[in-house]
Design a protein around this ligand. Structure first.
Ligand SMILES: NC(=O)C1=CN([C@@H]2O[C@H](COP(=O)(O)OP(=O)(O)OC[C@H]3O[C@@H](n4cnc5c(N)ncnc54)[C@H](OP(=O)(O)O)[C@@H]3O)[C@@H](O)[C@H]2O)C=CC1
Ligand SMILES: CC(=O)N[C@@H](CCC(=O)OP(=O)(O)O)C(=O)O
Length: 312
């Protein structure tokens, strides 16, 4: 069977990346509206209701509107926006996050694609929380730096534009009011009692990210060793072609490490004398942080090879 896939928002940053990964696959027929029709409500309505799968690459409000336009039971949706990531009736599209998640995605009609920062954070902490090595009521924090394509077309214009509004900064922390839209998503899917303190920043590089979680192991009841943390993470991602646990034998890590790929790499650094650990993930905000995850979810929902079209 050939799956008909409509990408709503196909001209945007995430939509273009998904198109690249899906193009040329014989098992998929892509439906993309012409530039003059891509915001036409009638044309979108028709495409949304005729496709087998719809991938929404839109701002949150437009994504909510698109979902409301779907009137049939058949069309299945993957939403790349923040709109439904904590909604109880949507399935969270992070295939590696929990045992059984792939089956849940395969059977779902509505799948929310994770945010780029939550992808890094959850990959680092969720197996450790599940195993009881991080107490579920511990006040976690997460530091992260993203390439500027993470802010979509408007931030790309801000960094690359020629006008007076152009930003010339090399590195810029933001989310300083501690109310970033990704925090509820992180808390819910990590299954933790407190919202993590989230410290995002943007750097003058197009794509790629580093997400870090510091752990004062001495303050935990079980006081796990650094090796114990790494073993749990290795075990959790043993069979994954996408998430890899690498040896912590490097002196530095570049934000570009996984830029241009759909991989997510994890390393566990630490000091057993001071009982401190530093969990570090690298991924591409447009790869496993957006388009790679969407393509993986589509493959799983359509019963195709889960890694088809991914850059690994
Ligand atoms: N960039 C990233 O790294 C990530 C992005 N996401 C999420 O993916 C979604 C898309 O983001 P991104 O690709 O970065 O954003 P962009 O701004 O690059 O693209 C959004 C696209 O949606 C179009 N659009 C806006 N409103 C409508 C509408 N009513 N009908 C049809 N098309 C519309 C825009 O057209 P126009 O420009 O003409 O208005 C644009 O082409 C967002 O929800 C974002 O949060 C998720 C993870 C990572
Ligand atoms: C650098 C930058 O601005 N990044 C975006 C998040 C990118 C992402 O994951 O997007 P969504 O949750 O919107 O899908 C931000 O912090 O809002």
């Amino acid at each position: 069977m050939i799956a008909q896939v409509f990408i709503d928002g196909a001209a945007g940053t995430t939509g273009l990346e998904i198109r690249e990964r899906l193009g040329g696959r014989p098992e998929i027929q892509l439906v993309v509206l012409d530039d003059q029709d891509r915001k036409d409500p009638g044309k979108r309505d028709e495409a949304l209701n005729s496709a087998d799968f719809v991938i929404l690459c839109l701002p949150d409000d437009a994504a909510r509107e698109a979902v409301a336009m779907i009137r049939n039971e058949r069309t299945r949706v993957i939403d790349a926006s923040t709109a439904f990531r904590t909604a109880p009736d949507w399935t969270y599209g992070f295939a590696e996050l929990e045992p059984g998640q792939v089956t849940a995605i395969a059977e779902a009609g509505r799948v929310s694609n994770p945010g780029c920062y939550p992808t890094g954070f959850l990959a680092l902490v969720r197996p450790l929380i599940r195993a009881g090595l991080i107490p579920h009521d511990f006040p976690l924090s997460v530091n992260a730096v993203s390439g500027y394509s993470g802010g979509g077309r408007s931030m790309i214009a801000e960094f690359e534009g020629a006008d007076a509004e152009r930003s010339t900064t090399a590195y810029r922390p933001y989310g300083l009011a501690l109310a970033h839209k990704h925090v509820p998503e992180m808390q819910k899917h990590a299954r933790i009692v407190h919202p993590p303190i989230f410290m995002p920043s943007v750097a003058r590089t197009y794509r790629g990210m580093v997400v870090e979680v510091p752990l004062p192991l001495f303050a935990f009841t079980r006081k796990p060793s650094v090796e114990a943390l790494e073993n749990v993470l290795r075990d959790a991602y043993r069979d994954s072609p996408v998430v890899q646990v690498l040896p912590a034998d490097v002196p530095t890590i570049a934000i570009e490490e996984n830029a241009g790929s759909d991989r997510l790499a994890i390393r566990v650094f630490g000091n057993d004398e001071t009982r401190q650990a530093r969990l570090v993930a690298t991924l591409d905000n447009l790869g496993k942080g957006a388009a790679g995850a969407a393509v993986q979810n589509l493959n799983i929902m359509a019963g195709l090879d889960p890694t088809a079209g991914l850059v690994l």
